[in-house]
Design a protein around this ligand. Sequence first.
Ligand code: GUN
Length: 321
Amino acid sequence: MTEATQANLLDGTAVAAEIRSEVAAGVAALTAAGGRAPGLAAVLVGDDPASRRYVGSKAKACEEVGMLSRVLTLPADLSQADLEATVDDLNADPAIDGILVQLPLPKQLDEDAILHRIDPGKDVDGFHPENVGHLWLDLPGFVPATPAGVMELLRRTGVELEGKHAVVVGRSHIVGKPMAALLLAENATVTVCHSRTRDLAAVCRRADVLVAAVGRAGMIGAEHVAPGAVVVDVGINVLTEREDVERFFAGDEKKLGAFERRGSVLIGDVDFHAAAANAAAITPVPGGVGPLTIAMLLVNTLTAGRRRQGLEIASAGEPGA
Ligand code: GUN
């Protein structure tokens, strides 16, 4: 049975559309001021279907806001030296302001060595140690797009953070750790939980703002959510078993119908209906954090383009302004 959803939905699709139109205006202002449209190069190694889809969406989004996009698709058996040479070429290319190497990379490649080779001024993923350090030191740099997107969603939907207890579940380099740094910078009190955390539900119940980023379908349930908490679900998982779909989405005609048509449905790390019965506000999956990741990558690429041309003309209210 579906619980009556009491929570407000945090609409990431709407916030992402707002940010994308601001980026488009920023690109137009940059070119009107005599600048060059920023350029993003996306490097895809191998042919993992999910990575291919993500890179395709990023490239399309770039073009839609008037930026240059270049996708380099390289073979799965690529050598470390060849990928390093590709990064070196992009670092030296004056038309390219942002470089992203889609992760994960095939096993034979040393991911850290590649990420550390990207020019920090073009590192629009924010994964280079220099940018990671700048984030923790409150210095300007590039912030990973997904946690930056969560912060924009909270800011633009009026969620207060100062003095609040934020609990982050997951300690990945891409989401959990930068998320903690960003929440701390907004004066939240931050707890980071992980696979060894004892009594996870009790820790999560102390959260005013709960961010789930672990990659485990529906693991955050009603017992993790205090009444009135704000729940942000960063997870994107696929359910293919009917039994799982019926357990998480009993009575949810939309999800059940989608499963009948496609044989799979998306679910976050949060059991949405269970958590929404307690939460004051919650992000859906899809349509929550997901759309913000690409929007913030565009923001970072615009920032890189401006900085590299010495034309930092952000308008008020824009992310990064
Ligand atoms: N793989 C999963 N998330 C990301 C991301 O934000 N950037 C890159 N480059 N690869 C990813």
